[in-house]
Ligand binder design. Sequence first.
Ligand code: HEM
Length: 383
Amino acid sequence: SRSYPITGAHQTGISTPAQDRLHFATFDLLTEDRDDVVELLRTWTAAADRMMRGLPAGELGPSSGPYDAPPDDTGETEDLDASHLTITFGFGPSFFEGADGAARFGLDGRKPALLADLPHFPADALEDARCGGDIAVQACADDPQVAVHAIRNLARLAFGTASVRWSQLGYGRTSTTSTSQSTPRNLFGFKDGTANIKAEEPAALEDHVWVQPEDSASDPGAAWLAGGSYLVARRIRMTIETWDRSSLREQETITGRTKGSGAPLSGGDEHTEPDFTVTGRGDVPLIDPASHVALAHPSANGGARMLRRGYNYTDGSDGLGRLDAGLFFLCYVRDPATQYIPLQNTLARDDLLSEYLRHTGSGLWAVPPGLPAGSTTGGTDGA
Ligand code: HEM
């Protein structure tokens, strides 16, 4: 039936096979009243549960409610199925704490220490209107209309309590999260997701993606997050026109892999491990030490890995005739401080690829574990 249940040990939309389309939105709460937030999360959970099953957001549906009231579903998915819709919720630092540092909604002591605003990275070009948000909602589906419908109906249900801060559409998943999937390509034309953590690697998911119960020993505020994860979003604009004028040699050197098969430049096929010790003529390493793959590889990062789940985006052109296009980078990590942050610092400073990238949007959210069976009208915040 192309649908996923909303209940389970983990939220869907993380190790679930990456769907083709994304609508990602962040919301700011318009209330300081805890009861309003609890009510919103209950309403959202019930609607998400229904939409993930391919049903309208509300019980009456788009065309059979009271004639003088707005329908409880907007209707554009009436003849579509669930299309593998997943709706994944996360809570940002600003959900827990106001700008003055005071706890919001009575959530004293519930903010994980690791849930801090990301630091400024070299060459960041962030636009405030594409950053942060109290709550992030990642809707993924194999049909764009289904993903957009999900965000639209959640926004409608939040009217008066929360409003959309920013949102991003994505297409053409740039990662595989399951060995059952072939590796797609990003807008630079390279296979993306080859060395990603896959659903078929349960031990790697526990080590690198899911927050573990013992993690709260050093971070008591994260006790409720066991079985959850941290989500990093980065809207990375690619300077497409400049890239398209660079030679194939340069493109492959920058990436560290071939453009055709995605094999590492040290040899083999797509799934051969890169060997950074292999040298060619003049003892020059076949994989440039400043290439993306050399710098992002776990061997250069104390073994750190991450589950990448990004999408290509194209938001038309920028008024100067250049595509506003790139990678909406999404990754899930157990610990942003040892996984995402140091790697992003290294890449921003040393990666040959950086010359072709501009990070324009950003955010970090704590993503609670899944809902226990039979609890679909419960809150999703676990707090
Ligand atoms: C690997 C492209 C941004 C982390 C790769 C690969 C490509 C690629 C082509 C090799 C295939 C694969 O294993 O997936 C890009 C592009 C980016 C981008 C075009 C920006 C537009 C980032 C960022 C991070 C990152 C921001 C994290 C801070 C990684 C990691 C790997 C990887 C961890 C796997 C390395 C390995 O284990 O071999 N990326 N990437 N990438 N990338 Fe990126």
